[in-house]
Design a protein around this ligand. Structure first.
Ligand SMILES: Cc1cc2nc3c(=O)[nH]c(=O)nc-3n(C[C@H](O)[C@H](O)[C@H](O)COP(=O)(O)OP(=O)(O)OC[C@H]3O[C@@H](n4cnc5c(N)ncnc54)[C@H](O)[C@@H]3O)c2cc1C
Length: 261
C-alpha cells in the first residue's frame, strides 16, 4: 500500500486535536521503500578476487573462460565459507521505513555504512506506520519460536485506530512546541517509533547475506530466523535487487542454506 492521506479524525481523542494538527495532517503508510541508488556489484567481482589466489595478476583474464567453472567456484567459496571474495563489491540503498525498523537495522555493524535524516537539522515529516490487513497481529509461542496468526477484525480495528490517534496527538504536540520556539532536537522527544525515517545504507554481498540470513524467513534457510515482519519487508526488497546483480552468488547462497560465508 502506498502513501495514503489521513482521513479526517473521527475518534473523540483525535477530534480534540488543536489547530497545529489541522495545519499538518499526518500521512499513514504500511509499506517500506527500498531503492538501489548506486552499485558496483557483479559475480565477476567474486571470481577475480578468488582467482588471484592461484592466477595472481592473470586472474582478470580467467574471468570469462568457462562459465560453468565460475558457477562451481562461487558455490565452493560459499559452501566452504571462504567469505572475503564476496566483499569486493558495493550496493547503496535508499530506504524509508519506520524508526523501529532502523533500530533493528543499525545493529548490523560489520560491512555496513549508514547515513540517516536528521531530526535536529530538519522538521520531521508526519508520516507514520499503520499495518495493513495482511500483517498478522497476534503472537503465539515462546520467545525465539514465535508464530504470528491473523487477528480478529476487532483487534485490527483497535490497533489501527489506537496508532492513528496516538500519532495525531504526538505530532500535534511536536508542532505546538516548534511553534512556541522549542528546538527541533528537544521537541522530537514526543514522536513515536512508528514515524518514518530515511537513510542510505551501503553494504557488500557478504554483509548483505549475513543480514538476509537473520532478517528474512526462507524455506531454504538451514538456520531459521524469526525476524520482525517490517524489517523482513525491507530485506525482501533488497534481496530482489541483489539477486538481479549477482545471480550466481545468489544461487549459491540459497543452495548452501542462506548462511553468509
Ligand atoms: C530475530 C532477531 C531477534 C533479535 N532480538 C534482539 C533483542 O531482543 N535484543 C537485542 O539487543 N538484539 C536483538 N537482535 C539483534 C542481534 O543480537 C544482532 O545485534 C543483530 O542481528 C546483528 O547481528 P550481528 O552482530 O551478527 O551483525 P554485525 O554487527 O553486522 O556483525 C557481523 C559479524 O561480525 C562479528 N562481530 C561483530 N562485532 C563483533 C564483536 N564485537 N565481537 C566479536 N565478533 C563480532 C560476528 O561474527 C557477527 O556475526 C535480534 C536479531 C534478530 C535477527
Amino acid at each position: 500500500m502506498s502513501d495514503t492521506p489521513a482521513a479526517a479524525p473521527q475518534e473523540p481523542q483525535a477530534a480534540q486535536a488543536d489547530e497545529a494538527t489541522e495545519a499538518v495532517r499526518p500521512g499513514f503508510r504500511s509499506d517500506v521503500t527500498v531503492e538501489l541508488v548506486k552499485h558496483s556489484a557483479a559475480d565477476s567481482d567474486v571470481l577475480w578476487a578468488a582467482r588471484v589466489s592461484t592466477a595472481g595478476e592473470q586472474s582478470l583474464e580467467e574471468l570469462s573462460k568457462d562459465p560453468e567453472r565460475s558457477r562451481g567456484l562461487i558455490n565452493y567459496l560459499m559452501r566452504d565459507r571462504h567469505g572475503s571474495p564476496f566483499e569486493h563489491n558495493s550496493m547503496t540503498f535508499f530506504i524509508s521505513a519506520p524508526i523501529f525498523v532502523f533500530r533493528e537495522f543499525m545493529r548490523h555493524r560489520v560491512g555496513w555504512s549508514y547515513n540517516e535524516e536528521s531530526g535536529r537539522y530538519r522538521e520531521l515529516q508526519p508520516v507514520f506506520y499503520v499495518p495493513d490487513a495482511s500483517r498478522k497481529l497476534v503472537q503465539e509461542g515462546r520467545p525465539g519460536k514465535y508464530v504470528f496468526v491473523e487477528g480478529t477484525q476487532e483487534q485490527y480495528g483497535l490497533a489501527t485506530r489506537a496508532m492513528r490517534d496516538s500519532y495525531v496527538q504526538a505530532y500535534a504536540a511536536y508542532q505546538e512546541m516548534l511553534a512556541a520556539g522549542v528546538a527541533r532536537e528537544v521537541a522530537r522527544s514526543v514522536l513515536p517509533v512508528g514515524l518514518y525515517s530515511s537513510m542510505y545504507a551501503t553494504c557488500n554481498a557478504r554483509s548483505l547475506m549475513h543480514f538476509l540470513g537473520l532478517r528474512t524467513q526462507h524455506e531454504l534457510a538451514k538456520v531459521p530466523s524469526f525476524p520482525q515482519r517490517e524489517i523482513e519487508m525491507v530485506g525482501e526488497l533488497m534481496e530482489a535487487e541483489w539477486a538481479r546483480l549477482m545471480p550466481l552468488t545468489y544461487e549459491a547462497f540459497n543452495k548452501n542454506g542462506r548462511v553468509a560465508p
